[in-house]
Design a protein around this ligand. Structure first.
Ligand SMILES: [Zn+2]
Length: 392
């Protein structure tokens, strides 16, 4: 039996509101731990950010596990690895039938919660994994994938990434076909990681609303991975949501400036993590998080606190309206701010929003209500395309 961690100094009102709300986190990289480390979600762990006990402590009702590999892995190798990662998540869900349940729709999430299960959803982070083959995309859908991030850090052979040289001036013609097929299948289109031009092309092409599964606000932290106010506004106009990322390098202007002023630190961190972990990506991610924390302790990098997350939520809400903002932590895939080390800390966000004067209804929307509505919007678009297809 786990002993609950009495670490959160939050008010009874916030705790009650948080428990009552549907809390959705649209992006974690814990899949890597399942895949590389034979990691089990059942026990409480002292490292990383996600396991069942900590999700329970954090009141998380639905969580999207991303399948990921670097953009350097391509072709059939990427496809096979993606399928194996999807299998790893399905296997782990099967090991915890009283705690977890596989889900793909908003209705599934409601049902999971009514049955006291945590809904686990699947995502593919990077269009390179479909190997330019719409049949692979269809197979992803058949295996339960609910969203696909169009690129990761590298430009793919059909979409430009925000952190790489452009090759297609946004989205190629084949890229447009991919979006159409995603709409038809009801796979949510995730524009986190794509270039600004690609974002505009996707917005114009998609018949369904689109979203950013794990991006923050560029007005507060000038990373190309973050969304400008114009992008946030346009996304919202089309019924989308921006799910705020907790990574310190996307939250804090100061952290980002220090990182770019000292490029040797990043190089050293990567080398040290690789020396310790070899090719094990899950290990590399956790190790680099430990190293970054050590560098903060040594005064080499500035400390970033979890309250920065709330600043980004607040900004996005002001730009997009309260109906278009949510949470996409990037747990187990990025460097978490102090105080938001793991999923058990999520209720802090509810407390902070209450203290900022947000209404209980609006907080419920940000915690998960908006994402559920967005999912229903994508489902409705799929149904209308199916109807149209039948009458043509
Ligand atoms: Zn990412």
């Amino acid at each position: 039996m786990d002993t609950p961690k009495p670490l959160l100094s939050i008010s009874d009102r916030a705790r009650e509101l948080h428990q009552r709300s549907i809390v959705v986190d649209t992006h974690v990289d814990t899949t890597q731990r399942l895949f590389f480390d034979g990691f089990g979600l059942g026990q409480r762990h002292s490292d990383g950010s996600v396991d069942i006990p900590r999700l329970r402590d954090g009141g998380v009702d639905a969580i999207f596990f991303a399948v990921w590999m670097p953009g350097t892995i391509t072709g059939q190798k990427a496809v096979d690895s993606a399928f194996r990662q999807l299998d790893a998540v399905h296997l782990e869900i099967g090991r915890h039938p009283h705690e977890l349940v596989f889900a793909r729709t908003a209705a599934d999430i409601h049902r999971a919660r009514a049955n006291h299960r945590i809904a686990v959803l699947l995502a593919v982070e990077g269009g390179h994994m479909m190997n330019r083959d719409l049949n692979v995309l269809r197979e992803f859908s058949a295996r339960g994938v609910t969203y696909m991030t169009l690129t990761h850090a590298r430009t793919t052979d059909w979409a430009d990434a925000s952190t790489d040289a452009p090759l297609h001036n946004g989205l190629s013609d084949f890229g447009r076909e991919v979006i159409h097929e995603m709409n038809r299948l009801g796979i949510m289109v995730d524009i986190s990681h794509v270039s600004d031009t690609c974002f505009s092309d996707v917005l114009e092409t998609s018949a369904a609303p689109i979203f950013a599964s794990h991006s923050s606000c560029r007005a507060l932290c000038p990373s190309p991975r973050n969304l400008t106010d114009d992008m946030i506004h346009a996304l919202a106009q089309k019924g989308g949501v921006v799910q705020i990322n907790f990574h310190v390098g996307f939250l804090s202007r100061e952290f980002r400036a220090a990182e770019s002023a000292k490029p040797h630190l990043e190089k050293r961190t990567d080398e040290e993590a690789q020396r310790i972990c070899g090719e094990n990506m899950a290990c590399q991610i956790l190790e680099s998080d430990r190293i970054v924390r050590r560098l903060v302790g040594e005064g080499e990098l500035p400390r970033v606190d979890w309250t920065e997350i709330v600043r980004h939520i607040d900004h996005a809400t002001r730009i997009a309206g309260v109906d278009h903002v949510g949470l996409g932590s990037d747990f187990d895939g990025a460097n978490m701010p102090f105080g938001m080390e793991d999923a058990s800390r999520m209720p802090l966000i509810t407390e902070a929003l209450l203290q900022k004067g947000y209404s209980e209804i609006d907080i419920g929307k940000i915690l998960g209500g908006n994402m559920l509505r967005f999912m229903q919007g994508v489902e409705a678009a799929r149904e209308s395309l199916t109807r149209k297809g039948r009458t043509e």
